[in-house]
Design a protein around this ligand. Structure first.
Ligand code: ADP
Ligand code: ZN
Ligand code: ZN
Length: 717
């Protein structure tokens, strides 16, 4: 009979299901190893799943697997282990975990072997005479000779086709080569400072052992140089390295530093096509790519022999995925390093309170890089009390005066305001009507050029009324200020100074952003107005003033992480200004100048802020002193989502977990669905985990409610 060894195949199928499925192994197929793709019947359809385990003794009649897609597993054993950790820790269906782990094309069953990419190179110095009578071929040769080696795809830009390239190759006018990532270690003339040396030693001394090393240094202090040296060590031992960066920081410049030092690097980001992503994934799996730089999902890559993980800007909220598998790439990096027994480096100019707490508890080590190479001074802070001030498009008179002073010194000014659009509220001063979204319970933001109202949650657009829809009064006023309004004010106040705006409306791509920043290397007077997009990137030595239009929204935010996020943003924006002979100044407008967070930050810097805030978190019993999980539900009927959450909380009630809610979500209605949430808090992670397990097992049957579990949520409000 079929009760032979390994005759039961456990398969994770690409469905939001919390269990794997058992299939039998037909006698004409070899036993597939865990990590192999198989085709299996599921209900009335056929799907591609991943083998997670083999066992004996079939317990009931099972359907057979239909096909095995891979000769060898496409997932390494450590990724299989990580997948079950992810399913347990984040309480996410195992089938969906695998779907998140594997590139789209692998999920669809594409072969993982690739046709090699060919690059084409022109031979000789002058146009070969053999091409005299073939004008198309001659033009192609001339283009290739001008551009240097290009891939077939790139060559299409100047009219090449594969047959045409082959013809030139036959004539010996061009040659083709298989493109390969060409790794080497280039010598560098940078001599590490003593702080850098200490950090590099601490990490590389234990390259074959798990450890989390926090690298705390201001922007420009030389953290990347430390990463480069650590990676150099890994490469020398023929090991791979991965560098995780926030979405916004993955620029050609970032990659260029690694390529310059090591000859090549694989890159994964969200803008890549499925095909490119799959190819990079396969090249990492084959070991051709020794270094991978990428945004959060790069942590799931199929490394052949990973030696070190680097997370740059570890505090950045973009490392947390906020839908589907709601993982923190930083936390997964630490777990993966632990599973592999390798070091994990967490770098930041403004470490998260979670990381600082882990250092305090001696779980992570910390190396500080306090000086900048060449000892550039840190900027000084000033708070502008704007109580009773008349604001001009969001800017107070003292702030405008200091901006003028810096511009008169031929310097550049950064104006930071974390809100895009013209004004956050449009209302009628007669009857109090406010412009709100039809589908969400939020106010619409007024935008100018084109003039319209936009919902920043569902992106619906509406025409801006010229009269009040309620009382027909024409006294409609725009309250508050966004980037567009501040820009307009600055253009009126300083008509001779070029003013540039940086937000999601003006700057869509990284390349655009970098081009914009590179115009600032020219030391002429300029004003840059923008959102948090200004916080990341290279040092701007000609900027001597950073003006923060409003710090109160962040410091007084109802989300407990608001102050932390605000202090990080201000510190990062501030860190971009100034140079040795002209240190920067940072001026912050506030209606609440005595706010302890603001005072701590401006008087004692980020360290001062974290001390104050850590104390507050301890007293208020907030993370990192407690563990949280958020239950969210939405339905087209508000009673349904609330009742559903009440049922979940009844399940949780037997555990040592505090439940807050259910309450309507801060955005009570989004895209027409009513949203509720409930927060679970406990001092013990194990207790939260057990409670969530119970929820998973006993979740009531429902069709009309969508719900999710978010472990370690970053948005609690
Ligand atoms: P961070 O990653 O902390 O922002 P970087 O590593 O990018 O800092 O360093 C900032 C600049 O200082 C870079 O141009 C880098 O080449 C240079 N640099 C780093 N370390 C040194 C050093 N020890 N000596 C001289 N220059 C250095
Ligand atoms: Zn009105
Ligand atoms: Zn909306």
């Amino acid at each position: 009979m079929d009760a032979t060894l390994g005759s039961v195949v456990h398969v994770a199928v690409p469905r939001p299901l919390r269990t794997t499925f058992e299939y039998s192994l037909p006698s004409d197929l070899p036993a597939p190893l865990p990590g192999t793709r198989v085709r299996v019947p599921l209900g009335k359809s056929h799907v591609i799943g991943i083998v997670t385990a083999l066992s004996d003794h079939p317990t009931r009649s099972m359907k057979p697997i239909e096909d095995i897609l891979d000769a060898a597993p496409i997932l390494t054993a450590d990724l299989l282990k990580l997948a079950s950790w992810l399913a347990d820790y984040y309480h996410h269906p195992i089938g969906s975990v695998y779907a998140a782990l594997i590139p789209t094309l692998a999920r669809r069953g594409n072969p993982t072997e690739f046709e090699p990419t060919l690059i084409w190179i022109a031979v000789g110095k002058s146009t070969p005479t053999s091409l005299d009578r073939a004008p198309r071929q001659r033009r192609l040769w001339e283009s290739l000779s001008k551009t240097g080696p290009v891939t077939t795809n790139e060559a299409r830009k100047f009219g090449a086709t594969l047959p045409l390239l082959r013809k030139l190759e036959e004539k010996g006018s061009i040659i083709s080569q298989v493109e390969r990532a060409d790794y080497r270690i280039s010598p560098s003339d940078i001599k590490p400072t003593s702080e850098q040396t200490a950090a590099i030693r601490a990490i590389t001394a234990n390259l074959d052992q798990f450890g989390v090393h926090t690298l705390y240094g201001v922007t420009g202090s030389g953290k990347t140089e430390v990463y480069l040296r650590v990676i150099e060590n890994a490469l020398k031992q023929a090991k791979q390295a991965v560098v995780l960066v926030p979405e916004i920081a993955l620029t050609p410049q970032t990659t260029a530093r690694f390529v310059e030092r090591f000859g090549a690097a694989g890159v994964i980001h969200s803008a890549e096509s499925d095909r490119e992503r799959f190819r990079t994934w396969a090249r990492v799996a084959s070991g051709e790519h020794q270094i991978l730089i990428g945004t959060r999902s790069a942590i799931f890559s199929n490394f052949r022999d990973l030696g070190v993980i680097v997370v740059d800007e570890e505090h950045d909220p973009s490392f947390k995925q906020t839908e589907g598998l709601r993982y923190s790439a930083r936390d997964v990096a630490v777990i993966r390093a632990q599973m592999l027994g390798i070091p994990c480096v967490l770098g930041s100019a403004t470490p998260s309170l979670e990381t600082i707490a882990n250092v305090d508890r001696k779980r992570y080590s910390m190396a500080r890089i306090s000086e900048r190479p060449g000892s550039r001074k840190m900027p000084t802070f000033r708070v502008v009390d704007i109580r009773g001030e008349r604001l001009n498009g969001g800017l107070s008179q003292p702030l405008l005066t200091v901006i003028r002073r810096h511009l008169n010194n031929n310097a550049q000014v950064l104006v930071f305001i974390n809100r895009r659009g013209y004004a956050p509220t449009l209302c009628c001063s007669r009857c109090g009507w406010r412009a709100e979204c039809d589908a969400c319970d939020v106010r619409l933001t007024l935008h100018q050029s084109p003039k319209l109202l936009q919902c920043h949650h569902c992106l619906r657009r509406y025409p801006a009324p010229t009269a009040c829809p309620e009382c027909a009064s024409e006294e409609i006023v725009a309250l508050g200020a966004g980037t567009q309004r501040v820009e307009q004010t600055l253009k009126t106040e300083f008509p001779d100074v070029p003013t540039l705006r940086v937000d999601r409306d003006t700057t869509r791509s990284q390349t655009q952003l970098q081009n914009l920043f590179s115009t600032l290397t020219n030391p002429s007077r300029r004003i840059l107005v923008g959102t948090q997009m200004l916080a990341k990137g290279h040092h701007l030595p000609n900027v001597t003033l950073v003006a923060v239009v409003n710090a109160d929204n962040g410091f007084l935010s109802p989300d407990f992480r608001g102050p932390e996020r605000t202090a990080q943003l201000i510190t990062q924006v501030a860190g971009r200004a100034g140079r040795a002979e002209r240190p920067g100044e940072v001026w912050i407008q506030s209606y609440d100048p005595a706010n302890p967070n603001l005072v701590a930050l401006t008087e004692y810097g980020y360290d001062g802020f974290t001390k104050t805030e850590m104390q507050h978190r301890r007293i208020a019993q907030l993370p990192p002193f407690t563990v949280m999980a958020m239950l969210r539900a939405d339905a087209s009927n508000p009673n349904e989502s609330e009742t559903f959450l009440l049922q979940l909380l009844a399940i949780v009630a037997t555990f040592d977990v505090e439940a807050l809610g259910p309450v309507t979500a801060p955005l009570a209605r989004k895209s027409g669905r009513f949203r509720h949430q409930a927060l679970l808090v406990s001092r013990r992670r194990s207790e939260i985990q057990r409670a969530l397990e119970a929820v998973e097992n006993k979740v009531p049957n429902q069709n009309s409610v969508r719900w999710s579990i978010d472990v370690d949520p970053i948005d609690t409000f």
